[in-house]
Design a protein. Structure first.
Length: 460
């Protein structure tokens, strides 16, 4: 594969092969490292020179202030001596002897003060010089320490960049050689196999309780599926972490180049459909992108899809470990949250049972209340009916009493009053009754002769 480059001087376009292009990149990286190291060393030299110049300026100012103060004091003393001499000259001869002795004493005193002032000045200068020398030595030690640090920093930076360049060169050479020998199908399958192999190496030790398998269930809503799902639960069954993985790779010779962002939307759908917490795209796409070559890239803000990352294959295990460790730290809070949720479910179920009991009791009460009311109404109707029956019976009793009274007052005379025919009939009936009574009595007497004897004892 060739690369087109433009000369910055003549602006002509020329082509270089892959090895020449890699060599140019390596030279540019080394030149940038050397330029950066030289720039930092120059900055250190400038900082050292500025510090020395600042210390010298400060020392000169302090010495100048001290000399000025002492010169001012000497001038003041000389003026005082001249003033005294002038006063002596203006005095009379009689006072000269006294003044001379006084002036001699004062001159001696002034000379002593001048000598003391010079001594103090010399001591101050000596002290200031000592302080400056001390500061100079301290600055010198600091500069030497900084120079050592700068050299170590430059060495470390150089070694770091050289190691990174070597690693990148080795990775580029490896992936180029690998992609040259693989078909398009093998490219994708090899990346999946690489990740699965790396995980299985650590499964017996670091991921004993983890689930890491291919996602073979096609979504009913989206019609798609991810590549791998990672899940891990604690002993109580609480989920520690879940990750939906998608692996993407392609040959450099592919005409249409894909970008990582082309797969974000589908990956987020798969994550939500399979109820995973994180979505991770393991990608070899955009191999020249410095943004994605950093290793682990959080694309949640860029893509608008939460908890989504893009990583290079070499960071596959690192990504799982980072997310798993972060989840383990919050596992305690997840367990407490699950406990609270279960308690809320129990309370909700208890409240639901109480509400169901209340509803059933209220329904039964309403039914019983309606039936009870209907029974009370029937009893009231029966009481009303019996009351009416009672009233009718009482009325019938009154009618019977009146009828009985009328029957008791009924006599033959009343019946035959105003009816001679019936009176004659009843009179005949009375005669017949009386005759019948006589016959009965006669027959009775015949059947009992002893009774007759007893009744007629005087007859023979």
């Amino acid at each position: 594969m060739s690369h087109d480059l433009t000369c910055p001087h003549c602006h002509k376009v020329f082509s270089v092969d892959e090895s020449e292009y890699a060599s140019l990149l390596n030279q540019i990286s080394k030149q940038e490292i050397a330029a950066e190291v030289q720039e930092k060393l120059a900055a250190s030299e400038r900082e050292k020179a500025d510090a020395v110049q600042l210390a010298e300026t400060k020392l000169r100012a302090e010495l100048q202030d001290a000399l000025t103060a002492k010169e001012t004091e000497i001038l003041k003393l000389k003026a005082e001596a001249n003033r005294k001499i002038t006063e002596l000259k203006s005095k009379s001869s009689s006072d000269l002897a006294d003044l001379r002795s006084q002036n001699v004493a004062e001159l001696a005193k002034l000379q002593s003060q001048l000598d003391q002032s010079k001594t103090e000045q010399e001591l101050a200068i000596t002290k200031a010089v000592a302080n400056v020398e001390k500061q100079r030595d301290e600055l010198k030690n600091q500069l030497e320490l900084k120079e050592t640090e700068q050299k170590l920093l430059a060495t470390n930076l150089k070694e770091k960049y050289v190691a990174e360049l070597k690693t990148k060169d080795e990775m580029i050479a490896y992936y180029k050689d690998m992609k040259v020998r693989m078909s398009t199908k093998m490219v994708g399958e090899t990346l999946e196999q690489h990740c699965e192999t790396e995980f299985n190496k650590l499964r017996p030790t670091a991921f004993q309780n983890a689930y890491f398998e291919k996602d073979n269930a096609v979504s009913k809503t989206t019609g798609s599926k991810g590549d791998y799902i990672y899940r891990e639960n604690d002993e109580a069954g609480n989920e520690i972490i879940s990750i939906m993985f998608e692996m993407k790779n392609e040959n450099e010779t592919t005409a249409t180049k894909h970008k990582n962002e082309h797969f974000f939307k589908e990956l987020d759908k798969d994550r939500r459909e399979k109820k995973c917490e994180y979505a991770v795209l393991v990608s070899m796409l955009e191999a020249d992108s410095e943004y994605y070559n950093e290793g682990i890239v959080d694309v949640s803000f860029q893509s608008g899809f939460e908890k989504m990352y893009v990583i290079r294959p070499q960071f596959f295990i690192t990504m799982i470990t980072l997310l798993r460790n972060a989840a383990m730290n919050s596992l305690k809070y997840k367990a407490e949250l699950a406990t609270v949720r279960n308690q809320n479910v129990d309370i909700t179920n208890f409240e639901a049972k109480i509400n169901a009991f209340k509803d059933g009791f209220a329904r039964n009460y309403n039914l019983a209340s309606r039936k009870f009311k209907a029974a009370i109404d029937e009893i009231d109707k029966t009481i009303d009916h019996l009351q009416k029956t009672k009233e009718n019976l009482l009325r019938s009793e009154d009618n019977l009493r009146l009828a009985n009274n009328k029957a008791e007052d009924l006599t033959i005379k009343r019946l035959t009053r105003g009816n001679p025919t019936m009176a004659a009939k009843f009179a005949e009936l009375e005669q017949v009754d009386e005759a019948a009574k006589l016959i009965d009595e006669s027959e009775t007497n015949d059947e009992n002769p002893s009774d007759k004897k007893s009744s007629h004892p005087s007859e023979p």
